[in-house]
Design a protein around this ligand. Structure first.
Ligand code: SAM
Length: 248
């Protein structure tokens, strides 16, 4: 998976992606990160890439020209990397509160791509004309407004990276986690066996794998019913499990 990020704040992206699991994944070559500063494509000597909005209104708007030149440079880099034009239009994700809301299914779908380009807006956003030309996927990370697209891009890259084979030491963990199969994950415990008088559920110490798996399933269903009943509607439950959870 090769991530390309167009941003006005490249260090924000490099620093966050360089830490922890994503940092290791980059160093070990499971994912790559190409961060491009839109300001490098400014069309004036003051390096400005924003201007006042036509029609008035609050704030500044990022100009189409520098964003488009930055996009062309990223595409040129991808073409070179691939040794020519693959003929396939690369997906360009524009982080915007107006986009489709990001979820685990979208992360799974995007993890199948070889190249993903993220466009981070700032100020009041980006001139609509360039968005119409280059964006394939407008995506939001939730119904609230942030100052820029960098944190949303990081959220998406983090979620997608974990689904790239090899990135997690134990690929199974991505399969049992919350949202896979529309259920939340069961509660987890580690040492000590007793903490502040609270004991780890005895079944987890039993070594009986079948009983443990049954307990995990039961807890996942209960937890989803309590915390996210909306998810339970579409979860794959047996008729017996549906009947059982109703009585809880
Ligand atoms: N004026 C824009 C609007 O009302 O739709 C909001 C602009 S916001 C202040 C600046 C930038 O932050 C956006 O261009 C976008 O890249 C990013 N952004 C803000 N909230 C976001 C969200 N919930 N999801 C994804 N990106 C977001």
């Amino acid at each position: 998976m090769n991530f390309h990020v167009m941003t006005l704040f490249p260090e924000m992206i490099r620093q966050a992606m360089g830490e922890s699991i994503t940092g290791r994944a980059i160093r070990e070559g499971y994912i790559s990160l190409d961060v491009v500063n839109i300001r490098d494509f400014a069309e004036n000597k003051h390096n400005r890439v924003d201007d006042y909005p036509y029609g008035g209104g609050a704030g500044m708007v990022m100009q189409a020209g520098p964003v488009y030149s930055c996009y062309q440079s990223v595409c040129e880099g991808i073409r070179k990397e691939q040794g020519g034009d693959s003929g396939r239009k690369v997906r360009v994700i524009y982080l915007t509160p107006q986009g489709k809301v990001f979820h685990q299914g979208m992360a799974q779908e995007l993890a199948q791509e070889e190249e993903l380009v993220f466009l981070c807006g700032h100020y009041e956003g980006i001139d609509e004309r360039v968005l119409e030309k280059i964006v394939t996927d407008p995506v939001s990370i939730g119904d609230y407004v942030l100052t820029g697209g960098e944190l949303p891009a990081l959220v998406m890259m983090d979620a997608i990276s974990r689904l790239v084979p090899g990135v997690l030491n134990n690929d199974l963990s991505a399969e049992t986690e919350s949202f896979s199969g529309s259920l939340l994950e069961y509660p987890q415990y580690t040492r000590p066996e007793e903490w502040m008088g609270e004991k780890v559920p005895p079944v987890l110490l039993s070594g009986h794998h079948k009983n443990i798996a049954a307990w995990y399933r039961e807890q996942s269903i209960l937890r989803t019913a309590r915390l996210r009943p909306d998810l339970l509607e579409k979860a794959e439950l047996t008729p017996e499990e549906r009947e059982w959870v109703k009585g809880q």
